[in-house]
Design a protein around this ligand. Structure first.
Ligand SMILES: [Zn+2]
Length: 314
């Protein structure tokens, strides 16, 4: 006769440390937390010569670290991030923020921390300025106790200010646009590359709107590009071949800003974001010093560009 299976043994336990659980942290973490309390970030030199941050007794290969501490940061670079659009009570910030891996200058490894991008409504999309490679700095708490929470969060470096301004000017083509139209009169599309941010502007304006510095380095870009956004127009326009026609922002290959132009050679309802297009030039004998040398842009027939590759330019 089969015997009854034994009753499983069950015991209820609660593991709790009211008032906090104190443990010793060892010399390496201890040094890290002590420096943190003083508002400094330190890593530790590994046997292979790298700088491990935050420091630990052993590196990723299980090799014991040296006893050389290295101050890193405080500035650092975001190596990856994840946006939290609806923070919960346990989160370090009460407004949308990013969890980011941040590698302080001088360190070879990164720290996971909260990145405060400013004020956003709950559920907001991540801001465009949030990107891998962005520069950030820690915000230390005023009262520090030697804990990872001594860093309240990281924040982006200040790269722009908004200041009241007023400019009075008379609009004329100017040197930059004149040069651009000279190019168009020869069937070439010219732009400028900013030597601060590296962005290419077609047509050039002689100035980088991001950095506010004059641009002079001339580059020629292709007559091919990608539709970023577009509108279908039902009101006749003398420049358009028919109604409805499509006007689109086109990101020329090699340029970092989109150009507004007509799209034709395809039914209006088949134009789409990411569609590859090329300039359709008028016959050479009709060229002048005008953008009208390009009749419109028409499909190249290449596969569409994925949305992720153009979303920065919308
Ligand atoms: Zn620039």
């Amino acid at each position: 006769m089969p015997s009854e299976p034994p009753e499983p043994l069950v015991a209820d336990h609660a593991l709790e440390f009211p008032g906090g659980y104190t443990r010793s942290v060892g010399p390496v973490i201890g040094r890290f937390l002590t420096e943190l309390r003083d508002g400094r970030l330190v890593g530790v030199r590994t046997a292979s010569g790298g700088v491990l941050f935050p420091p630990a007794e052993y590196d990723a290969d299980g090799e014991a670290v040296t006893d050389e501490y290295v101050e890193v940061g405080p500035g650092g670079t975001v190596t990856s991030w994840s946006w939290v659009s609806r923070p919960r009570a346990v989160h370090p910030l009460d407004r949308p923020f990013a969890w980011a891996l941040i590698r302080p200058d001088g360190a070879d490894t990164a720290l996971l921390h909260a990145l405060d991008m400013g004020t956003f409504e709950p559920g907001a999309d991540p801001p465009k300025s949030l990107r891998t490679g962005m520069r950030v700095r820690p915000r230390f708490r005023a009262e520090r106790t030697g804990s990872i929470r001594d860093i309240e969060c990281f924040r982006p470096d200040v790269t722009m200010i908004t200041a009241p301004s007023r400019a009075e000017y008379r609009l004329n083509a100017g040197r930059a646009l004149t040069r651009f139209l000279d190019g168009v009169s020869e069937g070439r599309l010219l732009g400028h590359r900013c030597d601060v941010c590296g962005k290419v502007y077609v047509p050039m304006r002689g100035l980088c709107p991001v950095d506010g510095v004059p641009t002079t380095e001339e580059v020629e870009v292709a007559g091919t590009g990608t539709v970023t956004t577009f509108a279908v127009n039902n009101i006749p326009d003398p420049r358009a071949p028919q109604v409805p026609f499509v006007s689109a922002y086109i990101l020329l290959d090699g340029s970092d800003i989109s150009l507004l132009a007509l799209v034709a050679g395809i039914p209006a309802d088949r134009v789409r974001m990411g569609m590859r297009v090329k300039a359709a030039w008028k016959p050479r004998e009709e060229w002048g010093r005008t953008m009208e040398n390009i009749k419109w842009f028409e499909p190249t027939g290449e596969p569409d560009v994925p949305f992720d590759d153009i979303k920065e330019y919308l």
